[in-house]
Each structure stands twice: as structure tokens, then as C-alpha cells.
Design a protein around this ligand. Structure first.
Ligand code: SAH
Length: 230
């Protein structure tokens, strides 16, 4: 049966609802993701909507998948791990660097008060805007620019999530992190990184390392030089 194209948040009544519930159980909860708000967000956001329709059958699998322009939508477990580490609360304003498909952006939109997301590729930003418009979200803004410099007009941010791999922690992002705030960022070389959580308390910064990960490079003034994407 052909169903009308009507994206909405998932429940078990939707076509993809059971697949999303299974993803949450087997890929997330069974592997130690235990923040109920994160699990609920991951269960409700339809991941297939962020992918080309030829990939819909694989949308809830335990893998990263390609989007436009050779970018990737991260593995669900990685999205959930980062989101849990970020610990965004309903009153928080969040800066996300690397909008990509907008999937992670949509998860954050359910968890926080406001999400400001920066994407370097104009076409990706536009596609993500169109995708998010299909949902009733009014707390997200997507900007085209070099996110290694953050987004100063709306700073400071309670939470900053970088979803591209950086050679180091950009000073611009530290400068835009609110007192009491937290940044989660993959730092390392071009092929593999370590996920860092950095907490700011006044002038004091506390760093913690979490898992190893692989993200596409953060290309920009305080990231990798352009031309180093591959
Ligand atoms: N969170 C995304 C996946 C991000 S992939 C999702 O859920 O789909 C990383 C993204 O970071 C890519 O879209 C890439 O174009 C973008 N990117 C790389 N360098 C950037 C920069 N300096 N500023 C903003 N975005 C950047």
C-alpha cells in the first residue's frame, strides 16, 4: 500500500515505528544508553526522512549512511552517545556545528529550548531546512558558515555539539560556551578522533574523554584546511 508522505514523529502505529523501537532497544538501551529523554528522542525521530528514499529500508540499521555530497548521517549509537554526553536540558540553548542531514539537529530540538546549527555546505543547510520544515519545529535555526568559528551573534550557548572531527578544540567555540556549559567535540586526526566533553566553570575548563569515533573533518579556520576533506 502506498502511504501518503506525511512525516511526523514516530509511534508504534507508524510504518517505521517498530523499526525505531527495535533500534532503541537493541542498539542503544542494550549497549548502555540510559538517559530516558535521549532514548525517547531517538525513538520518535524518523531517521528515514533524513535519507534518500532508496535507503529507507536500511534507515534503522546499526550503521552510518551516506547523505548528499558524500557526507554521512552518523550511526544511531554515536548520535545517542553524543547526545547523552551533551546532557541538554529543556531550558538550554544549544549550538550544533555540522548540520549535515539535520537528523542530530532534530533530536536536539526535542531535548532543548533552542538549537542554532551551522553548516558549511549551503546545499546541505538548505536540504536540512526543508526536511525540518516538514516537522512542526520552531526552535531551530540553520546558518551557513564556518562553524569552527561558532556563531557569535547568538552566543553564549549552554551546550555546544560538534559533529565533525577537529584537530583541536577551537578557541572560538570555548569563548562561546556559557559559564556552567558543556561542549562535546571529536578531536584527533582526519581519520579517527576521541570524543571530548569539556565543562566550563568560570575560567576553569575540565576535560573528559569518552569513546573513539570517526567523523568527517571539520573544515575551517580553526579546523582543518580546505581541500583536506578526503
Ligand atoms: N550531524 C549530522 C552529521 C554531520 S557530518 C547528521 O546527523 O546528519 C559533518 C557535517 O559537518 C558535514 O555536513 C560537513 O559539511 C559539516 N562541516 C564540516 N566542517 C564544517 C564547518 N567548519 N562548519 C560547519 N559545518 C562543517
Amino acid at each position: 500500500m502506498i502511504q501518503p508522505h506525511e512525516p511526523s514523529l514516530l509511534s508504534d502505529e507508524n510504518q517505521f515505528g517498530p523499526a525505531a523501537s527495535q533500534m532503541v532497544r537493541e542498539q542503544l538501551a542494550d549497549r548502555g544508553i540510559d538517559d530516558p529523554r535521549v532514548l525517547e528522542g531517538m525513538r520518535r525521530v524518523p531517521r528515514h526522512i533524513f535519507l534518500h528514499f532508496t535507503l529507507w529500508a536500511r534507515a534503522y540499521e546499526d550503521v552510518a549512511l551516506p547523505t548528499l555530497h558524500g557526507q554521512t548521517i552518523s550511526q544511531p549509537y554515536m548520535v545517542a552517545s553524543m547526545t547523552q554526553l551533551l546532557a541538554a536540558a529543556p531550558e538550554h540553548r544549544v549550538l550544533e556545528i555540522g548540520t549535515g542531514s539535520g537528523y542530530q539537529t532534530m533530536i536536539l530540538a526535542l531535548l532543548a529550548r533552542e538549537v542554532v546549527s551551522v553548516e558549511r555546505e549551503p546545499e546541505l543547510a538548505q536540504q536540512a531546512r526543508l526536511t525540518l520544515q516538514q516537522f512542526d519545529v520552531n526552535n531551530v535555526s540553520i546558518h551557513v558558515g564556518d562553524g569552527s568559528l561558532g556563531h557569535p551573534p547568538a552566543a553564549p550557548y549552554d551546550r555546544i555539539l560538534v559533529t565533525a572531527g577537529s584537530p583541536d578544540v577551537p578557541q572560538a567555540l570555548l569563548d562561546q560556551l556559557a559559564d556552567g556549559g558543556r561542549m562535546v567535540i571529536p578531536v584527533g586526526d582526519r581519520k579517527s578522533q576521541t570524543l571530548l566533553a569539556i565543562d566550563r566553570n568560570g575560567e576553569k575548563l575540565t576535560r573528559r574523554t569518552a569513546t573513539e569515533c570517526r567523523f568527517v573533518p571539520l573544515v575551517g579556520e580553526q579546523g582543518w584546511p580546505a581541500g583536506s576533506e578526503g
